[in-house]
Write a protein that binds this ligand. Structure first.
Ligand code: PMV
Length: 325
């Protein structure tokens, strides 16, 4: 029997940046994201008595030990809960447009948590699934839900999980400008750890978060996509500012990211409600009205190629799917 599960990626509008506890991944702050339809991962876990070690196949390619580490963390937690010791084979397919260079850890680890728990015969609640996914990759805990989700930081393994905020059945969308598909130099894990430990700007970031989060929730409740974008852009710029104060300093921005940010500012001058956000990489994501996605894309085609531009709408939460073997 197969246990295929699909999870969609999410993009934070209020960023998670820094851990209070690195071992069990308790964040320093609450974060809030939008799950998207355009990118997702499908995963099937099979526990098999004949296996002597866990195996991960990504897009049919067997992965090395390093790629398996986050996966093993989730599998071990599932085994402990189910009282089994059996090793597992994990088959995973990423549906991210080729060369998009977008992190798939959120959708990947969320799909893994869903499939592994089903395969072990566990019937977990959404809260438990979110908690489990978090241990693989922090941001994955938000991909359990569709639409907007808030990761409430909590203070221990059991109390740190995401909750649904709003289904996002209104006029909001995202447009991705893919400027680079290379492996990032500084992983999000290393980047946030270095920033927390060394950046004098980090405290400023933390101090301003409460206000951003409550303003964001208010904007979502009012279905005000312009305000959502405005707060998200401000929040992202503050997060990225902390990295410049780190020792050694670093940035995820490339010259192409700056060109993309300028293009978004130009769109605003033309009267569009468009704002940007960025994560631990150089790609730029535009927050805009869903009804204006195509028009905005048409404008951006003056500066970027068709394959660099990917439109996304709010997407669903974790779901079990049927897939032919
Ligand atoms: O969950 P991770 O380790 O991939 O970290 C995600 C960090 C950011 O993407 C920069 C912010 C976020 O909240 O998703």
């Amino acid at each position: 029997m197969s246990n295929w599960v699909r999870a969609h990626t999410n993009i934070a509008l209020i960023k998670y940046w820094g851990k209070e506890n690195e071992n069990v991944i308790i964040p320093m702050n609450n974060s809030l994201s939008l799950t998207l339809d355009a990118f997702y991962t499908e995963t099937n876990v099979t526990f098999n008595e004949n296996l002597t070690t866990d195996e991960l196949y990504l897009d049919n390619q067997i992965q090395d030990f390093d790629s398996l580490l986050k996966v093993k963390t989730v599998l071990d937690l599932v085994r402990k809960k189910a009282g089994i010791k059996t090793k597992a084979r994990v088959d995973s397919f990423n549906y991210v447009p080729t060369a998009a260079g977008l992190a798939s850890s959120a959708s990947g680890l969320a799909a893994l948590a869903g499939s592994a728990s089903l395969a072990a015969g566990l019937n977990l609640s959404q809260k438990e699934l979110s908690t489990l996914a978090r241990r693989g990759s922090g941001s994955a805990c938000r991909s359990i839900y569709g639409g907007f989700a808030e990761w409430q930081k909590g203070h221990s393994h059991e109390t740190s999980f995401a909750v649904p905020v709003d289904e996002a059945n209104w006029d909001i969308g995202m447009l991705f400008i893919i400027v680079n598909d290379k492996q990032k130099d500084v992983s999000s894990r290393d980047g946030m750890s270095r920033t927390v430990k060394t950046s004098p700007f980090y405290q400023g970031w933390l101090d301003s978060l409460g206000q951003d989060l409550s303003a964001m929730k208010e904007a979502i409740a009012k279905q005000d996509s312009h305000k959502v974008g405005e707060i998200a852009e401000r929040n992202a710029l503050k997060m990225h500012a902390t990295t410049l104060g780190a020792t050694p300093p670093f940035t995820y921005w490339s010259p192409e990211s700056m060109r993309a940010m300028d293009a978004v500012r130009k769109l605003r001058k033309q009267g569009y409600s468009a704002h940007f956000t960025m994560d631990a990489g150089p790609n730029v994501k535009i927050i805009c009205k869903q009804s204006e996605l195509e028009e905005i894309k048409a404008h951006l085609l003056n500066d970027f190629t068709e394959s660099q531009l990917i439109s996304a709408k709010p997407g669903p939460g974790l779901q079990k799917i049927e897939k032919p073997d």
